[in-house]
Design a protein around this ligand. Structure first.
Ligand SMILES: [Zn+2]
Length: 337
């Protein structure tokens, strides 16, 4: 990217009376007035988003050139920032993201340990009489489904769980919730959607935020849409998985990760979402109700081994909920045998 691109693109846009090229002010409908002074207008394209046209008021050619240089610097900085975000996102990170490649950890492991980034030892048990897509790589695992070592900037730990799925498989809301963020990111994330689950929806004493990623296509659900447990909210895919470890074919699967907050309050940045007082939760911790329902990975890890088998409620492909009346379900439907 360079200044030449800006100059090459700009002449292509010549809307009516607005002069795009030579800087000579042209009066027209787009001429704004500030403090009683008429300000000439120049239309420019910003390289960062070629589809978008910005009309920038200028007071003269010299200032305009300065703006071009500043705009270029901002565009370069934004592009660099985006790449850094995508790389830091990794296998579905929280605020600090997961890893991709040879990135240096940004935080001492002790910080991530306090947030609950480690294997809890929980195991999924599905209802009798149905076949469920199970866990290919569990939460906290330092290996991928194929046994290879994870390579990310949070010490190789998996911050969600993976379910291997044929692309196009319907993905279900795990509880009654609200779409709070959706979009498309690059390598290691792809198309994604974030749902928020209030305590009343899960029975847990916390607010949960779940990201579903590698979706087949961008989420059709607008932010603010409410969903019920078992509703189809997206379809699985392999976006963000091609290249790198998984080669050109990618790896079709759902990566789902849960973040915990003390309130519904959160911020978003790119594909990331940050609740206040962020902690991770092994997604299986959602289904361990009751008892206990700590929604805290440290407490889950400390359970006696016999208590670590989690009976996971499910929705079946013929529309039943097992056990009947469960308010949470597995993110993929199970087939009756
Ligand atoms: Zn994953």
């Amino acid at each position: 990217m360079g200044h030449a691109n800006l100059l090459a693109i700009a002449p292509a846009f010549r809307p009516g009376a607005v002069n795009a090229g030579d800087g000579a002010p042209v009066k027209g409908a787009a001429t704004p007035v500030r403090h009683g002074i008429e300000i000439p207008v120049e239309a420019r394209l910003r390289r960062r988003n070629p589809a978008r046209v910005e009309v920038v008021p200028t007071t003269g050619r010299r200032e305009n050139n300065m703006r071009r240089v500043l705009s270029l610097l901002v565009a370069v900085a934004c592009a660099a920032g985006f790449v850094a975000d995508a790389a830091a996102e990794g296998r579905g990170g929280g605020l600090r993201g997961g890893g991709g490649g040879m990135r240096t950890p940004k935080e001492p492991y002790e910080v991530l340990e306090r947030k609950g980034l480690f294997a809890t030892g929980l195991r999924a048990a599905f209802p009798a009489g149905v076949d469920c897509p199970g866990i290919a790589s569990p939460y906290g695992s330092r290996t991928r489904y194929d046994g290879s070592a994870r390579n990310n900037d949070h010490y190789g730990y998996h911050n969600g769980l993976d379910i291997t799925l044929r692309a196009g498989t319907p993905l279900l809301a795990v509880a009654d919730g609200t779409v709070v963020h959706a979009g498309t990111a690059g390598q290691l994330v792809g198309h994604f959607v974030w749902l928020h689950f209030a305590p009343a929806a899960t029975g847990l004493p916390v607010h949960l935020f779940a990201r579903y990623q590698h979706l087949d296509e961008p989420s059709p659900l607008a932010v603010g849409t409410t969903v019920e447990a078992g509703d189809v909210i997206a379809r699985s895919g392999n976006t963000g998985t091609a290249g790198g470890h998984y080669g050109s074919a990618g790896y079709p699967h759902l990566h789902i990760n849960f973040l915990v907050g003390d309130s519904a309050e959160h911020t978003v940045k790119g594909p990331m979402l940050g609740p206040k007082s962020l902690r991770y939760l092994d997604p299986l911790g959602l289904y361990l109700v009751p008892p206990p329902s700590p929604a805290d990975n440290h407490a889950l890890r400390d359970l006696p081994d016999a208590a670590k088998t989690v009976a996971v409620p499910v929705r079946t492909t013929d529309g039943r909920t097992l056990p009947a009346g469960s308010r949470t379900v597995w993110p993929v439907a199970c087939s009756p045998r």
